[in-house]
Design a protein around this ligand. Sequence first.
Ligand SMILES: *Cc1c(COP(=O)(O)O)cnc(C)c1O
Ligand code: SF4
Length: 351
Amino acid sequence: METWKQSLKDSILSPEQLADLFPVDAKGLRSVVDRYPMRITPHYLGLIREAGDPIWRQCVPDHRELGDSAGMDDPLGEENLSPVPGLVHRYPDRALLLVSGACAVYCRFCTRKRTVGCGSMALDREGFDAALDYLKGRPEIRDVILSGGDPLLLEDDRLEALLESLCRIPHVEVVRIGTRVPVTLPERITERLCGRLRRFSPLYVNTHFNHPREITPEAAAACDRLVGAGIVLGNQTVLLRGVNDDAAVLADLFRGLLRIRVRPYYLHHMDPARGTVHFRTRIERGLEIMQTLRGALSGMAIPQYVVDLPGGKGKVPLVPEYVESLGEKAVIRAPGGEEVEVDNEIFGGVE
Ligand SMILES: *Cc1c(COP(=O)(O)O)cnc(C)c1O
Ligand code: SF4
């Protein structure tokens, strides 16, 4: 058996197993796990230093998941934007394919936690054929995003077949894979897998690191293998209360990602998914963090802070207020807070 499959088998799947290692109330957490599954890989478990730390919070079930009455089942209105099952088409030139229902670790803050890990969401072969037909009939779609769940939990053969069919559609210029496997199950990124992915250039992989302690030598090596296969790496972080809602933590994270050749792409404001309320921050907090980062670290290390609007209205960047006023003299705020005049007049132009 391949090492990564063995690791999935050796993962922690129940509060009872966790209780052998840490003082947790296994009985109390049973009802949480009956609703929202748990899995913690040996690698990710090894990153926990103590109960309640930022790694723990991301993967260990919490009774507050069941007490959340404010969250929504489908916060992004994805069901309404799904012309065929397993495909979300919200933007004209991009489509999202939910190709896998499983993840290596079930993140407690997951936007799709209502369906992920519950066996019902992923495309089977017939479903995939229907999605493929839809894509073939839409020449405006240039960019297909494989998501889920985690697409890299599919077998190599299956993944290769999916990519093969997508690459045969002439108008599909770019394929992206969204995966947390480099963080949670780095041994999944085998040389064999990378050898197979190499053929599908331009292939983009967006990983999902949320905390500097997730940048381990194993994760770095996994990213190195992907880069070696000609894949362009980006990262999507979720802003999580009690995990990374702190400018110093995020500065460490984003700098660390550049060191392993992963470019920070998005910092996501939490979606109001049911069962995740204890992770939410206010937008003010995210803006304050972005303002602290701007100027303090390399622009390459700074992602866009975005909120995905409810009802499928799309992602929008949230930017601290730098423009004080416009006109012939614009007043712009410097990263340090000072107001600076910028000449904004066009001489001899057509405006
Ligand atoms: C986020 C998202 C995309 C990709 O958006 P980008 O801003 O291009 O990264 C595409 N489709 C759906 C449904 C999405 O949620
Ligand atoms: S890896 Fe992504 S899809 Fe899977 S549980 Fe975590 S956030 Fe959700």
